[in-house]
Design a binder for this molecule. Structure first.
Ligand code: SAM
Length: 328
């Protein structure tokens, strides 16, 4: 039976992560980050391991055939290993963006930036880097630089490993993305935003979208922070809760959007992708205002069909193509 390149690489990552987990007494997810780094260097970086274990690992790394495997196979193999690790320990706001959503955001980013040859892309909540590298792989015909920010040091290490293995130039900042960011303005922001209350009221006070009483919504502050770091005319693609425009803090958001952006689209994702209605999400597409940029004639609004329903998906993509012809 032939094994696919994704499966072969996943087997290497899994076998070697299990060895490292045991030898280093760490979690499986930490071991995936360690083994990914070893694989990139084609050597064993953990000095504390004995020679026999190092030889076993090196043999496995050589079997991975990294010089012959495509970026998407690398990303998917890493994704499988991370998912296995996350099953053992994870919090809802730390979850990797599901592949179907990543692919769709990648498709949208490609469509909206069709005319650009060079881009700088930011993900201010980069997590494992799965969403970002999906988009970078989709934009492979352009020269793309990227920046990622995340507060979680293990997830950002996984981002770093994934970007290295896929040879994407990625600058990473391990910090609270709502603290000042030292990055140049970007052309595109993509992000699966952390949803909920932001605990740091003092920092939130610097934002227009702060709540007037109690904690502010971190997803609102992330939108404002992202816009601050986007070039005029740049596009932003956010995964947001369906109730974004209906919450008790939505009034300020409406006024802020009116002043700063053109809403390009709001695409509600199929319920089948989520555990329940309250966790269901949409893709919000914004363009930062610029003197010579006009708003779209109509906003792209849709309820997406199940992404595995090929016929319905083809119809939806045809409708979207029509929208792009009329509005872009
Ligand atoms: N797109 C990511 C991926 O594919 O792995 C998943 C993003 S996850 C839904 C949200 C991320 O926001 C988590 O990785 C979490 O650590 C990060 N996060 C939450 N609050 C943050 C903050 N204040 N600053 C930076 N990152 C934050």
């Amino acid at each position: 039976m032939t094994v696919s390149p994704t499966e072969n690489l996943f087997n290497v990552l899994d076998d070697t992560a299990l060895i490292l987990q045991e030898e280093l007494s760490c979690t499986y997810l930490e071991a995936v980050a360690e083994t990914g780094e070893n694989l990139f260097h084609q050597g064993v970086l953990q000095d504390e391991l004995n020679e026999l274990t190092k030889k076993r690992l090196e043999k496995k790394y050589a079997e991975a055939g990294m010089d012959q495997i495509s970026n998407e196979h690398i990303r998917k193999a890493l994704q499988l290993a991370i998912l296995k690790g996350m099953k053992q320990s994870s919090q809802p706001n730390h979850q990797m963006t599901p592949d179907a959503i990543g692919m769709f955001i990648s498709y949208l980013a490609g469509k909206f930036t069709k005319g650009s040859q060079e881009l700088k892309v930011l993900d201010p909540a980069v997590g494992t880097g799965n969403l970002l590298t999906t988009v970078l792989n989709g934009l492979a015909d352009k020269k793309v630089e990227s920046v990622g920010v995340d507060i979680d040091d293990l997830l950002i290490k996984l981002s770093y490993v994934g970007a290295n293995l896929q040879k994407h130039p990625l600058q990473l900042f391990n910090q609270d993305a709502l603290e000042p960011l030292f990055i140049d303005p970007v052309d595109v922001v993509i992000s699966d935003l952390p949803v909920g209350y932001y605990p740091n009221d003092l920092r939130a006070a610097d934002y227009e979208l702060k709540s007037d009483n109690g904690h502010s919504y971190s997803h609102h502050l992330f939108i404002e922070q992202s816009l601050k770091h986007t070039k005029p005319g740049g596009y932003l693609f956010f995964l947001v809760p369906n109730h974004l425009f209906e919450s008790e803090q939505a009034k300020k958001l409406h006024a802020f959007f009116k002043e700063q952006v053109y809403i390009q689209g709001l695409l509600q994702l199929p319920m089948s992708l989520f555990k329940n209605e309250s966790s269901a999400k949409s893709i919000l597409i914004l363009q930062k205002k610029k003197a010579d940029v006009k708003p779209p004639k109509e906003v792209l609004m849709a309820n997406m069909p199940s992404l595995s329903n090929q016929k319905a998906m083809e119809n939806m993509l045809a409708k979207m193509d029509q929208w792009f012809k009329q509005n872009k």
